[in-house]
Design a protein around this ligand. Structure first.
Ligand code: IMP
Length: 177
């Protein structure tokens, strides 16, 4: 608890107001791009939940939703590359437009493996929406169709982002020192 209180005294990297207005802009763009379609939004658990709910609530088009849960980090801060799935997509995505929603893209390994997995299910199209595009350790090219914020480096926590399952509930985004 003490550690969390210290975090609250830290300088905010991205404030909740800035997050909310950017999420609204992303939702507007997605709503206009998919005006004639009904996309399936697939959120990558767990970190995405705060962003996902805010994004979906701000959309002005009908959508369906599902989640996939992939783990590559364990309790460390560096991607191990190997991915395990503890929840797969259950909704039928065949011939449907899919938008994969991720909280943060770091090396790109997680997202690229999930894209491959969903591609095999035969969707009509796949686009990617990520709240944060963190450039420093990118080792695989990922095309982010909708990107909230670009951050060069640092391990971020808050608004769903955790370190060892902590800090997810913080409303602003902070750098973990
Ligand atoms: P990647 O495979 O290296 O792109 O890692 C993506 C996943 O690692 C994200 O979905 C997060 O769960 C986690 N991750 C990467 N960077 C951060 C960070 O700065 N804070 C919290 N989680 C992170």
């Amino acid at each position: 608890m003490l550690q969390d209180q210290k975090m609250n005294n830290r300088e905010v990297l991205i404030s909740q107001e800035t997050i909310q207005s950017r999420v609204y802009e992303l939702a507007q763009k997605i709503s206009s791009d998919y005006a004639d379609e009904e996309p399936i939004l697939i959120g990558i658990l767990n970190g995405v939940v705060f962003f996902f709910v805010d994004l979906v609530k701000a959309l002005t088009i009908p959508v369906t939703i599902d989640f996939i849960r992939a783990s590559s980090y364990g309790s460390g801060t560096v991607s191990k590359g190997a991915i395990t799935y503890s929840k797969d997509v259950e909704i039928n995505v065949k011939n449907k437009p899919v938008i994969i929603v991720e909280d943060i893209v770091d090396t790109g390994l997680t997202l690229n493996q999930i894209i491959k997995r969903i591609e095999k299910k035969g969707p009509k199209s796949i686009r990617i929406c990520a709240l944060i595009d963190k450039g420093e350790r990118r080792s695989e090219e990922v095309i982010l169709d909708y990107s909230g914020f670009q951050v060069e480096k640092g391990f971020l926590v808050g608004y769903g982002l955790d370190h060892d399952e902590r800090y997810r509930y913080l409303q602003d985004i902070f750098v973990l020192k």
